[in-house]
Design a protein around this ligand. Structure first.
Ligand code: MN
Ligand code: MN
Length: 475
C-alpha cells in the first residue's frame, strides 16, 4: 500500500500535470517583490477609472520610460520606443525589434473600458414630490444592477461646451469632496414589490438614478429650484450649462481607493480590474523591453465591454493603420499585401481576465478545468458559449509555443474555462484579433467577483502576468 505522504510517485511526477499554488513556490524575498509590484498597480487603478484616464496614465508612464509619439521619431531603429493614440481612448505602445515589422510582431492587447453607469444625455431632473435632484443613467457593459446601489459613487468624465472647449470632471474621490449614490428600497417596504422580482430585475435600469442634491435655490420665479441649485453649482464650478450634458461623456464609478484584501494582504480589491490588471501588466512589461527580436506592441482598446464596436475598439481599422505606420517608418512605399502578411505572421495574447472559482458558488464550475486565483496566469483556449460559438479556439501549435516559453522561464500558468459547459459564457477580443489571421489566445489572470463594482485579484497572479508578458515580448 502506498504511504499517504501527499507527495507524487516518480511515475506520477513524470506523467501527470501539476497545478500549483504560486504562493507555495515563493520565497520571502519573492513575496516582497510581488507585494511591492502591487503598489504601482493600485496607484494606476486609483487614477485610471475611465478609458480616457487610463490613456492619460499610460502616456505618463510610457513617457517616463522613454516612449515618444510616433510623429517625433526621427531615426527609428531596434529598441526605439514609440506610441500612437486614437481619440484619447485607445493607444498602442511599441518597441521596435531587430527584425522588420514585415516579419510579424508580438502583440499583447487588453481593454481599458470597464462596466459602469453612464449619464444619459438629458440626465438631470427634480422629483416633484420629494424635491430631490437626480441624474438618469444608462448602464454600460454587463453589470448586475443590484450591485450598484447603496454605495458611494464618483463622477468621472469629459464635457464639450457650446463654444467647443472642453472640461474634465472628477468629483467624489477625495474624502473632502461630496460623493453620490443610488438609493435602494428598505427591507421594511420591499416585500410586495422588489422581493417578488427575480435577481436581475431586483433593481431595474430606470431605477439607477443617482442622488445629487436637495437644497432649493433662492429664486422666486424658478420652477425646479433644487435642479436649478445643482445647475447653478455646476456652472460656477465647471462653467457648464444643461445643454452641455448632451455633448458629454460622464461616467459614474465606485468612489474610493483600491484596498489590500485579507489578513495576509495577498489580494487587491478594486473597481475596474477587468481589464486594467492586464493593461498594467502589459504596460510595465513592455516598458522593460530593450531590443526585442520581433517588434513588441502593447495595445489598449476601448469598448470591449459593449462588443468591441466603435472607432476606439479593436474592430476599428486602428490596428491595421498602426501597423502600416510602423512599416512606413522604414518602407514608405509598401504594398497593402505587405501589411496583411505582417499581421498574419504576428502572434498575439488577448490579454483579458477570466472568472476564478468562487468558494461560495463552486457549482457553476467544472473543477478540473476551472481557473483559480493564486494559481498563475490563465491560458484560455476558447471562450464563447454553448458549442464554442463566438469564440477564438486557439491553435494547439501556438499554445504549445507559449507552454514551452512559460515552462522554460518558470512562469506559473494554468488553463481555464469560463464555467461548466452550457453554464453561460462570455467573449473577449481574441476572435477579432484572429480576423487578421494572426495567432492569438486568451491569456490573463483570474478574478473573483468579475464585473462587480469591487473585483478581487491575487497579487501573485498580477506578478505572474507581468512576468509572462515580459517573456512573451522577449521571445
Ligand atoms: Mn475583460
Ligand atoms: Mn469584462
Amino acid at each position: 500500500m502506498a504511504k499517504k505522504t501527499g507527495k507524487k510517485s516518480k511515475l506520477e511526477e513524470k506523467l501527470t500535470r501539476k497545478q500549483e499554488l504560486v504562493w507555495d513556490k515563493l520565497s520571502e524575498k519573492d513575496k516582497k517583490v510581488v507585494f511591492e509590484f502591487s503598489k504601482g498597480y493600485k496607484d494606476f487603478l486609483a487614477r485610471a477609472k475611465t478609458e480616457r484616464e487610463a490613456v492619460t496614465e499610460i502616456i505618463k508612464f510610457a513617457e517616463k520610460n522613454g516612449f515618444k509619439p510616433i510623429e517625433k521619431v526621427k531615426n527609428p531603429r531596434a529598441g526605439t520606443k514609440v506610441y500612437i493614440t486614437n481619440r484619447n481612448k485607445n493607444i498602442a505602445l511599441i518597441v521596435l525589434g531587430t527584425e522588420p515589422v514585415e516579419n510579424g510582431v508580438n502583440i499583447i492587447a487588453s481593454h481599458i473600458d470597464a462596466p459602469r453607469l453612464d449619464l444619459k444625455q438629458n440626465p438631470l431632473y427634480e422629483d416633484d414630490e420629494t424635491k430631490l435632484a437626480l441624474l438618469k443613467t444608462h448602464y454600460y457593459g454587463g453589470i448586475k444592477k443590484y450591485q450598484w446601489v447603496n454605495q458611494p459613487l464618483a463622477v468621472h468624465g469629459f464635457v464639450v461646451k457650446g463654444d467647443g472647449s472642453s472640461v474634465e470632471i472628477v468629483l467624489g474621490e477625495d474624502p473632502n469632496e461630496p460623493a453620490f449614490t443610488v438609493t435602494d428600497l428598505e427591507p421594511h417596504l420591499y416585500r410586495k414589490t422588489q422581493a417578488k422580482r427575480k435577481l436581475p430585475e431586483g433593481v431595474k435600469g430606470e431605477e439607477l438614478n443617482v442622488l445629487v442634491g436637495s437644497i432649493p435655490i433662492k429664486d422666486e420665479e424658478a420652477k425646479k429650484k433644487v435642479k436649478l441649485w445643482v445647475l447653478s453649482h455646476l456652472n460656477k464650478k465647471f462653467g457648464i450649462v444643461e445643454e452641455d450634458f448632451t455633448t458629454a461623456e460622464l461616467e459614474i464609478v465606485p468612489a474610493g481607493q483600491p484596498r489590500d484584501i485579507g489578513f495576509d494582504t495577498s489580494m487587491v480589491g478594486a473597481y475596474g480590474q477587468d481589464d486594467r490588471i492586464c493593461a498594467y501588466a502589459s504596460l510595465t512589461a513592455i516598458a522593460d523591453i530593450k531590443k526585442p527580436k520581433k517588434t513588441a506592441i502593447a495595445l489598449f482598446f476601448d469598448k470591449e465591454e459593449i462588443g468591441s464596436e466603435g472607432n476606439t475598439a479593436v474592430r476599428s481599422r486602428f490596428l491595421e493603420t498602426m501597423i502600416g505606420e510602423l512599416i512606413e517608418l522604414k518602407n514608405p512605399d509598401y504594398r497593402y499585401s505587405v501589411l496583411t502578411k505582417a499581421l498574419s505572421k504576428s502572434m498575439a495574447l488577448s490579454s483579458d481576465v477570466t472568472g476564478g472559482v468562487n468558494p461560495n458558488y463552486k457549482d457553476v464550475h467544472e473543477m478540473k478545468n476551472a481557473p483559480r486565483i493564486g494559481y498563475g496566469l490563465v491560458i484560455t483556449k476558447f471562450t464563447g458559449a454553448g458549442g464554442k460559438y463566438s469564440s477564438n479556439d486557439a491553435n494547439a501549435e501556438y499554445i504549445g509555443e507559449l507552454r514551452r516559453l512559460f515552462n522554460k522561464n518558470k512562469v506559473p500558468w494554468q488553463t481555464g474555462e469560463l464555467g461548466k459547459v452550457d453554464e453561460g459564457g462570455g467573449g473577449t477580443i481574441a476572435k477579432f484579433l484572429a480576423e487578421h489571421n494572426m495567432e492569438v489566445v486568451d491569456c490573463g489572470p483570474a478574478l473573483l467577483s468579475l464585473h462587480a463594482p469591487f473585483e478581487i485579484a491575487s497579487k501573485a497572479d498580477l506578478f505572474a502576468t507581468y512576468r509572462g508578458y515580459k517573456v512573451f515580448y522577449s521571445s
